[in-house]
Design a protein around this ligand. Structure first.
Ligand code: PMP
Length: 372
């Protein structure tokens, strides 16, 4: 057999698939590593989802509604209560997680000879979407406090003329939200050259933002090139269902239709998401608790003498450790799995239940004592 088997694209050779280590619950009973919502659906919501899936099951010989009309209507209604107004169903698109939504955006608007741009440190899947769509990847830099230097960001956009700007707000792994001025400035910059770029504000963690930080959904009427992505994986506590979505100009949704695979949203997914949206109030009901727990975690970590990034998300980035891997391992040894990610020296902890956060605090104190 030739040593080049399988005949993979050269740039993919030797690359590890993306993903956080998944340890069993026996190995790490406290799992605070992938920014999940620690609260599962109530028995009533789970029963309703099961019933909806059961109803869909009798027609699984047929392809699903390719245009997911009912789901699109329900997502539109939700967005208009969650920071948006005047959003219509032709402005909404959905796919299997916001990861797929963003890959589709790169498939439609990126490609050879085109540039996708973001500002590091940021979500590590972005360069992968660029790689997989043969789009050139350009990463500017965030300031020391992880905010964006707006003038430098604008200059980089004008210089590199990206087709797609990816702006997570709140950012992963830092938790930093963007002020509306930043979105406006970058939408204007990306509209100032030919053929222009789209600006994707990735609000995967949007529902967790602190009071006073508006959603970019408010700016949709002002910028045709603005796309706001959301997900049901985080605030909605539905990561296992794989449902992400966006709001944008209808012409952008139409463009995605060209690259999406036919029937990409299964009947089971559509039924699950629709049932979950009927229980939105309950599923989102824990967001406030998680915010309180997040703010308390930031305060506690600072009291312990750690450096902590301000967070508008359901996770907190803290450091700095001379040997972060040793601290991560110390926590795993005590049954607490967090994430070794972000700039060197930092670690990220997702916000869990009050009991899980107590276990995290105890494990971190114990680990730090051992390492002192
Ligand atoms: N954007 C950001 C910033 C994320 O952190 C994540 C998940 N970790 C996603 C998008 C994708 O989430 P999903 O595909 O589950 O919607």
């Amino acid at each position: 057999m030739s040593s080049s088997f399988p005949p993979l694209r050269d740039e993919l050779r030797g690359i590890e698939p993306y993903g956080a280590p998944q340890l069993s619950h026996e190995a790490a009973p406290v799992q605070l590593n992938v920014n999940e919502n620690p609260y599962g659906p109530s028995p009533a919501a789970a029963a309703d989802i099961a019933r909806a899936v059961g109803e869909a099951a009798v027609s699984l010989n047929r392809y699903p509604d390719r245009e997911f009309v009912e789901l699109r209507g329900a997502l539109t209604a939700y967005l208009n209560t969650s920071g948006g107004s005047g959003i219509t169903p032709d402005m909404v698109w959905a796919a299997n997680g916001s990861n797929e939504v963003m890959l589709q955006l790169l498939q439609a608007f990126g490609g050879p000879g085109r540039v996708a741009l973001s500002f590091a440190p940021t979500y590590s899947m972005y360069p992968e979407y660029a790689r997989d769509t043969l789009t050139e990847w350009v990463a500017g830099h965030r300031a020391d406090d992880f905010s964006l230097d707006l003038d430098a960001a604008r200059e980089l956009v004008l210089e590199r003329r990206p087709s797609v700007v990816l702006l997570p707000s709140p950012n992963n792994p830092t938790g930093t939200a963007l002020p509306p001025e930043a979105v406006t400035m970058l939408c204007e910059a990306a509209a100032s050259y030919e053929p222009g770029g789209i600006v994707v504000v990735d609000e995967a963690y949007g529902e967790f933002r602190r009071a006073g930080t508006p959603s970019a959904l408010e700016l949709l009427g002002e910028h045709r090139n603005l796309v706001v992505t959301r997900t049901m994986s985080k605030a909605f506590a539905l990561a296992g269902a794989r449902l992400g979505y966006l709001a944008a100009d209808p012409a952008i949704c139409d463009a995605i239709r060209v690259v999406r695979l036919p029937y990409h949203l299964s009947a089971v997914t559509q039924a699950t998401a629709l049932a979950a949206l009927r229980h939105a109030e309950e599923l989102l009901g824990r967001v406030d608790d998680l915010r309180v727990e997040r703010d308390a975690t930031v305060v506690w970590l600072r009291e312990q003498g750690h450096e902590v990034a301000d967070s508008d998300a359901n996770f907190v980035l803290f450091g700095r450790f001379a040997d972060r891997h040793a601290v991560w391992q110390g926590l795993v040894d005590r049954g607490v799995l967090i994430r070794e990610t972000g700039p060197d020296g930092w670690l990220r902890v997702s916000i869990g239940t009050a009991d899980e956060m107590a276990a995290f605090r105890a494990a971190l104190i114990d680990t730090m004592e051992t390492h002192d």
